[in-house]
Design a protein around this ligand. Structure first.
Ligand code: AKG
Length: 293
C-alpha cells in the first residue's frame, strides 16, 4: 500500500543546497529519500524493463541508428553484453510509478529548490544500465526535449544502486543552465540530433573528459541528484561486470512555466497547439502535485 509510505523527506533541503542548485544548475542531496520508496520502486522497475511495450533497448537502438543514419556511436566497445534500457511516462499507466512521482517527498524537494509556489509533474523515466553496458548517455539538455519554457524546471535523478564513475554516474556541465540557451535534442546514445528539431548544437563533450566544470557524484540509494532543465549532462558506460545501475528520473516544473511546443521533439497526447504559450496549470497531462503551505 503506497498510502503508508512517507511523504516527508529524511531531512530538509539546506540553504547551501538551494544556492548550489541555482549557481551550478545541479546539486547532490545525500540521504534525503526514505529507503521505503526505493524498496517500493524495485519491483516496478523490474517488470517495466522486461516489457518492450514501455521500455526501449537503447543498446539495440544505438546499433540500428548507427547503421541507418551513418551516425557515430559513442563507443566501439560492444563486448560487455549489458543493455541500456529506458522508458518514459510510466506514471501515466502504472500506479506504483504514479505514487512515487506524485506522493513521495520528491515534489516538495523540487518546490524547495525551485522556490516554487506549486509543482507540476511533467514526466518520469526509467534508466537502467545493466553490468557491462558499453553505451554512454550522450551529452544533452533536457529543455530541448521538453515542450516547456521557463526557469522552474528540474529533473530529479534517483539511483536504486550505489553509482560511481565506473558504473555510469551522470556528469553535469556546471553553470551551463545560466546562458538560457536551448540545445538540439539527440538520440541519447549518439550525439546525432533528432530529425526536425531546432536549437544550438550540443558542445562536443564526453562523460570521461577532463574539464574543470564537469561534475559527477558518487551516489547511494536514498540520495537524489537534481539538475536544472537547462543544464547539459551525459553519463558514463557501466563498466562493472557485476553491479547494476538502476535509476528513475522524475521531471517537474513550477509556477511561471509555460507550454512551448518545440518542433521535432516527441509530444505527449495532451500537448496540442492550443496550449502553446499558455501558463502551465493543473491538467491531467501535467498534474499539480505539490503546493507551498
Ligand atoms: O541516467 C542516465 O544515463 C541519464 C539521465 C538523464 O539524462 C536524465 O535523467 O535527464
Amino acid at each position: 500500500m503506497t498510502d503508508a509510505l512517507p511523504t516527508s523527506p529524511l531531512r530538509a533541503v539546506t540553504d547551501d543546497e538551494v544556492a548550489t542548485f541555482r549557481h551550478d544548475g545541479v546539486v547532490h542531496l545525500p540521504g534525503i529519500l526514505p529507503a521505503a520508496w526505493l524498496q517500493h520502486l524495485a519491483e516496478p522497475v523490474e517488470r517495466t524493463i522486461v516489457d518492450r511495450s514501455v521500455t526501449t533497448d537503447l543498446t539495440e537502438m544505438g546499433g540500428a541508428l548507427a547503421e541507418g543514419l551513418g551516425a557515430e556511436l559513442l563507443t566501439d566497445d560492444r563486448t560487455g553484453g549489458g543493455r541500456f534500457l529506458s522508458g518514459v511516462d510510466h506514471w501515466r499507466h502504472d500506479d506504483d510509478f504514479a505514487a512515487f512521482a506524485m506522493r513521495s517527498p520528491l515534489p516538495g524537494i523540487a518546490g524547495a529548490l525551485l522556490d516554487a509556489a506549486r509543482i507540476h509533474l511533467y514526466e518520469d523515466s526509467v534508466l537502467v544500465k545493466e553490468p557491462g553496458t558499453a553505451e554512454e548517455t550522450a551529452f544533452h539538455q533536457d529543455l530541448g526535449y521538453f515542450h516547456l519554457e521557463g526557469d522552474r524546471i528540474c529533473t530529479m535523478w534517483t539511483p536504486l544502486d550505489e553509482v560511481t564513475s565506473e558504473t555510469g554516474a551522470v556528469v553535469y556541465l556546471r553553470g551551463s543552465h545560466l546562458t538560457g540557451d536551448v540545445y538540439r535534442p539527440n538520440y541519447f546514445v549518439t550525439a546525432e540530433p533528432l530529425a526536425g528539431t531546432e536549437g544550438l548544437p550540443v558542445p562536443d563533450l564526453r562523460p570521461g573528459d577532463d574539464h574543470p566544470d564537469l561534475v559527477r557524484f558518487d551516489t547511494r540509494p536514498g540520495d537524489v541528484v537534481v539538475h536544472h532543465a537547462g543544464t547539459l549532462h551525459g553519463a558514463g558506460a557501466n563498466r562493472s561486470s557485476t553491479t547494476r545501475r538502476r535509476a528513475v528520473s522524475v521531471r517537474y516544473c513550477g509556477d511561471g512555466v509555460r507550454h512551448r511546443l518545440r518542433p521535432g521533439a516527441p509530444t505527449k497526447p495532451y500537448q496540442t497547439a492550443d496550449l502553446d504559450g499558455t501558463e502551465v496549470v493543473d491538467h491531467p497531462g501535467i498534474p499539480l502535485v505539490w503546493q507551498a503551505s
